[in-house]
Design a protein around this ligand. Structure first.
Ligand code: FAD
Length: 402
């Protein structure tokens, strides 16, 4: 005998938990299924090495859900400047908060902080049933309803099934939705480092021919690094002792914050570009990394996922709780596929442009960066795009993003 719910969300990462909250706020009865219990995260917790540069649009979405203050109570670092420069040319770019007419460009927030704040709110919500640890066993569709059997033995009948179970989504496989995937043959190395000089609430990024290196400011005065490097170099960087790594990192960052004095352990993740062949089918939607994975060089992965979540909630407004029209889900798919595809292609183009050395490419990059930097309207346009203030924004976020 199946239990009934309006919506079943699989995966309570930052994106899935935010979708569940948005659906519950629309008055829907939601089941949220997560495989792994999130770890509590507070001001004294160890830092999570996976950190995000949250855009102003993501901030507006979290504020709309009522969880932004919970994020700020845990841990964050706002940044008001972003400095990007090229190792092979004289090209450099500087964005600051005046480019977006705000008090900051965005916030650096750990994944664990986001997940803890969102999942705590989801667990406390009277319309959300939290099932964890739990996984989907199988899925079937009949007469416009989706039936989901969980490994624990429960079966749900739902009007909407949302796949938010990350890049290796097993629900996407069960639904037979293929992905286009390409490897960058690179890995992203993450660690937390202490530098000689203060980070100045600035996000720093140096483009090396082997991949970009970002130093993101943290509230404890240290920096989180995301160093994208070709596989061989990444292997080498991971295997070296801390002293040698600190020296290599100081050189790679051009000592922009002085020498690197301390480092935590290093973790690495493979860099891929991945896009699901479909974002929606009758009664089903894919969001976040289950739908798309992009190169982290512009730090947009989770921001795109949050805009998927907000757009899905936007198209469902006014839709009956019992039964979601396929046309609404198609609208969601059209809006988000286009935006995500543009970002993904842009990241791949940048990856290739900065991966080329030699006189012609160096000149081209240097001149391109100078043009963006020197022409005020162009620079402001780039800054607004990065902050998520332009483009197809869900109507309920527009008052925050104008
Ligand atoms: C090391 C690292 C650094 C990154 N740095 C950045 C960055 O600087 N900026 C940025 O924007 N992005 C970054 N990203 C990408 C970013 O982490 C993702 O875009 C973002 O986490 C996607 O969120 P999500 O909720 O879609 O997926 P996930 O965070 O992957 O969450 C998926 C959830 O689903 C659960 N799950 C999985 N399978 C099942 C199942 N079968 N049943 C139930 N639950 C399941 C998982 O436990 C998890 O909680 C980074 C990624 C990594 C790995």
């Amino acid at each position: 005998m199946a239990e009934y719910c309006n919506a079943l969300v699989v995966g309570a990462g930052a994106v899935g938990a935010s979708v569940a909250l948005g659906l519950a706020q629309q008055g829907r009865e939601v089941v949220l299924v997560e495989a792994v219990e999130p770890r509590p995260c507070h001001a004294q917790s160890d830092y999570d090495l996976r950190v995000f540069a949250l855009s102003l649009a993501s901030e507006a979405w979290l504020e709309h859900l009522g969880v932004w203050k919970d994020v700020l109570e845990r841990r964050y670092c706002s940044y008001s400047d972003m400095r990007v420069w090229d190792a092979e040319s004289e090209g450099q770019l500087h964005f600051d908060r005046q480019d977006v007419d705000r008090r900051h460009l965005g916030h650096i927030v750990e994944n664990a902080v986001l997940v803890d704040a969102l999942c705590s709110a989801a667990k406390a919500h009277p319309r959300i049933q939290w099932l964890c640890p739990e996984r989907v066993e199988s899925v079937s569709q009949e007469m416009g309803k989706t039936r989901v059997w969980l490994e624990g033995g429960t079966c749900f009948e739902s009007d909407l099934l949302v796949a938010a179970d990350g890049a290796r989504s097993s629900l996407r496989d069960k639904l037979d939705i293929g992905v286009q995937r390409a490897s960058y043959a690179q890995r992203g190395i993450v660690a937390m480092v202490k530098t000689e000089r203060a980070h100045q609430h600035t996000a720093w990024q140096r483009f090396l021919s082997t991949g970009p290196l970002a130093l993101l400011p943290l509230s404890n005065g240290q920096c989180s690094i995301v160093w994208s490097a070709d596989d061989d170099l990444a292997e080498h960087l991971l295997s070296m002792d801390d002293e040698t790594f600190k020296t290599r990192l100081s050189e790679a960052s051009e000592c922009v914050l002085g020498d690197v004095l301390e480092t935590t352990q290093r973790l690495a993740f493979p860099l891929v570009s991945q896009h699901a062949e479909r974002y929606a089918m009758p009664g089903i939607a894919l969001v976040g990394d289950a739908a798309h994975v992009i190169h982290p060089l512009a730090g947009q992965g989770v921001n795109l996922g949050f805009m998927d979540a907000a757009t899905l909630i936007d198209v469902l407004e006014g839709e009956s709780r019992a039964g979601v029209r396929t046309a609404a889900l198609r609208r969601y798919a059209r809006r988000r596929r286009y935006a995500n595809q543009i970002m993904q292609s842009g990241m791949t183009a940048l990856y290739h442009a900065f991966g080329q050395s030699g006189g012609y490419w160096n000149r081209l990059r240097g001149q391109g960066m100078s043009v963006v930097s020197d022409i005020d309207p162009l620079r402001r346009r780039f800054a607004r795009q990065a902050a998520g203030l332009d483009g197809d924004i869900p109507h309920f976020l527009q008052p925050h993003t104008r």
